[in-house]
Design a protein around this ligand. Structure first.
Ligand code: GLN
Length: 487
C-alpha cells in the first residue's frame, strides 16, 4: 500500500483554537461582512448574542460541541426562527420564520453560531445570483463577474472568508456551480441525506441542503452534523453515514472520465481536468474515459421537471393564502396583482411554463416524457457505477462569467448547468473540488472539477477530497484583498 497523506486540517476548528473568547469568531465574521458589503453576498445579519449566551451555558455545563463558536452563514431560503427568510424575493421580503430548518438547528446544536443570511437567485432559480430582488452578488475573484448561482451569496461569502463555513441548497447545481466559480468546496449530498425540513421548496424531488467548505475536514464535520434521518422530512434517508476526512488509498480506484463533460469547456477547464487525471493516475487510480449519452438530454429534462414542481410549490405565494398582498378588487384580481408586483421575471416565467407543462393535453408530452428520461439518466449512472467508483467531469464548462453576459439569453444561462443537473435527476452525491485557475481578460478565475459517486456514497467523496488535498491537487487560495479566516 502506498503511504497516505495525513488528514486535512479543519479551518473551522482552527478558528476555535488559541483560547479566544467564544464571542470572537462571530464578531470577526460580522466585521468582515460589513467590510465586504460591496459584494452584496449577505442579505441580513443575525444578532448572535442569544446563540452565544446559550452556547456559553452549554459549554459551562461540560458539553463537547464540535462547532463551538464557529460562525456560519446560511442561504436565505433556509428558515431560522425569528429572522426574515426572503428567498431574495419581494414576495417574502417581510416574512419572518416561525421555525428553524432541521439542518440549521443541527448546526446550532453542534455549537455553530449563525451570523447572517446569504443572497441567492430568487427562490433559488438561476445560475448567477443576478435574479435576486436585492441586487446581484459579486464574485470576489473578479470585478464585474458573477459568483454563480443560485447559492452565489453563500459561495462568495466563504470565498471572501467572511465565515469559515456556509450553507446553500442544490437543486440542479446551485452549490457545486458557484463553488466552482468561487474556488471552494461544495458538496451536493445524496437526495435525502440532509433533511429538507425548513428549506423553502423549489423542486422538491431535486432539492438538497448542501455545505460549502474550505477543507475536506470541514466537509466531514458539516456533513456529520447536518445529515441524518428527520421525522419532519418523509424523504430523509434512514441509513446513516460516518463522515471522516481520513484519506483513501487511490490505488485501484476506478475513475470514469465522462466524455460529455468536456463539451463546451474552456482551455483552462480542460487543462485542470488533464492535471487531475495525471494526479489520480500517478497515485495509482485507473482513469478511463466513458460516454454517458443520456446526459445530452439532462438540461431539457431537468428544466421541465424543475419548472413543473416549482409551479406547484410556489402556488402558495399568492398574496391571499400567504406572503405579501397588493391590489384592489376581488380575490383573483388581488392574487394576480400580488404575483405580478412581488415576483421577479424569472420566477414568473417558470411558474407559467411549469403550469403549462402540467396542463391537460401537454403533461404527457412534456412532464411524463421528462420523468421517463429522468429514469434513463438515473439508470445510466447506475450502470456506470458498476464499472467505476467515481465519475469525473468539469463542474462548469467555463469560469465565472461577466454580470449581464448571459442574463439576456436563457439558454446560455442554462448551459452553466449542463454538467450538474443530471446528478440531481439521479439523486446521487457530487462534490466540486477547486482544482485550478484560468486567466481570462487579465483576471485569474477559479476552475472546479466535479466528482460524482453512487447514491449513499457521500463519504467516499469527502475522503477523496482529503486525499487530493494531501496530494496538492486542491487549490484553495484566498482572493486578493481578503484574508484567511482567524488570522
Ligand atoms: N441553475 C439551476 C436552476 O436555475 C439550478 C438551481 C438550483 O440548484 N437551485 O434551476
Amino acid at each position: 500500500m502506498s503511504s497516505l497523506p495525513s488528514p486535512a486540517v479543519s479551518i473551522a476548528q482552527a478558528v476555535r483554537s488559541g483560547g479566544l473568547p467564544m464571542t470572537q469568531p462571530a464578531n470577526e465574521a460580522l466585521a468582515r461582512i460589513r467590510a465586504a458589503s460591496s459584494l452584496n453576498a449577505v442579505l441580513s445579519e443575525v444578532d448572535p448574542s442569544e446563540q452565544l449566551q446559550a452556547l456559553e451555558g452549554r459549554l459551562g455545563s461540560g458539553e463537547a460541541l464540535p462547532l463551538a463558536g464557529v460562525p456560519v452563514i446560511i442561504k436565505d431560503n433556509l428558515n431560522l426562527r425569528g429572522t426574515v427568510t426572503s428567498c431574495a424575493s419581494g414576495m417574502l421580503a417581510e416574512y419572518r420564520s416561525p421555525y428553524t430548518a432541521t439542518a440549521v438547528q443541527r448546526l446550532m446544536d453542534a455549537g455553530a453560531v449563525i451570523v447572517a443570511k446569504a443572497n441567492l437567485d430568487e427562490f433559488a432559480m438561476g445560475s448567477s445570483t443576478e435574479n435576486s430582488a436585492f441586487g446581484p452578488t459579486l464574485n470576489p475573484w473578479g470585478e464585474g463577474r458573477v459568483p454563480g448561482g443560485s447559492s452565489g451569496g453563500s459561495a462568495a461569502a466563504i470565498a471572501a472568508r467572511l465565515a469559515p463555513l456556509t450553507v446553500g441548497s442544490d437543486t440542479g447545481g446551485s452549490v457545486r456551480q458557484p463553488a466552482a466559480l468561487c474556488g471552494v468546496y461544495g458538496l451536493k449530498p445524496t437526495y435525502g441525506r440532509i433533511s429538507r425540513s425548513g428549506l423553502v421548496a423549489y423542486a422538491s424531488s431535486l432539492d438538497t441542503v448542501a455545505p460549502f467548505a474550505l477543507s475536506a475536514a470541514d466537509l466531514a464535520l458539516m456533513m456529520g452534523v447536518m445529515s441524518g434521518q428527520d421525522p419532519l422530512d418523509a424523504t430523509s434517508l434512514q441509513t446513516s453515514a460516518d463522515f471522516s476526512a481520513e484519506p483513501l488509498d487511490l490505488a485501484g480506484l476506478r475513475v470514469g472520465l465522462v466524455t460529455q463533460g468536456k463539451r463546451g469547456a474552456t482551455l483552462g477547464v480542460l487543462s485542470a481536468l488533464e492535471a487531475m487525471q495525471t494526479t489520480l493516475e500517478t497515485a495509482g487510480a485507473e482513469v478511463e474515459e466513458t460516454s454517458l449519452p443520456h446526459l445530452d438530454n439532462a438540461v431539457a429534462t431537468y428544466y421541465v421537471i424543475a419548472m413543473a414542481e416549482a409551479s406547484s410549490n410556489l402556488s402558495r405565494f399568492d398574496g391571499m393564502h400567504y406572503a405579501r398582498r397588493t391590489g384592489e378588487g376581488g380575490a383573483t384580481e388581488t392574487m394576480i396583482q400580488s404575483r405580478e408586483t412581488f415576483l421577479g421575471a424569472e420566477v414568473q416565467k417558470r411558474i407559467m411554463l411549469g403550469t403549462f407543462i402540467l396542463s391537460s393535453g401537454y403533461s404527457e408530452r412534456y412532464y411524463t416524457k421528462a420523468l421517463q428520461v429522468r429514469r434513463l439518466i438515473a439508470d445510466e449512472f447506475t450502470q456506470a457505477f458498476e464499472r467505476f467508483d467515481v465519475l469525473l467531469m468539469p463542474t462548469s464548462p467555463f469560469p465565472a462569467f461577466r454580470l449581464g453576459e448571459r442574463s439576456g439569453d436563457p439558454l446560455a444561462m442554462y448551459a452553466a448547468d449542463v454538467n450538474t443537473v443530471a446528478v440531481n435527476l439521479a439523486g446521487i452525491p457530487a462534490l466540486n473540488v477547486p482544482a485550478g485557475f484560468e486567466e481570462l481578460d487579465g483576471q485569474r478565475l477559479p476552475v472546479g472539477l466535479q466528482f460524482a459517486a453512487r447514491a449513499g456514497d457521500d463519504t467516499r467523496l469527502v475522503a477523496l477530497a482529503a486525499t487530493l488535498e494531501g496530494l496538492g491537487a486542491v487549490q484553495l487560495e484566498v482572493p486578493l484583498g481578503y484574508q484567511e479566516f482567524g488570522v
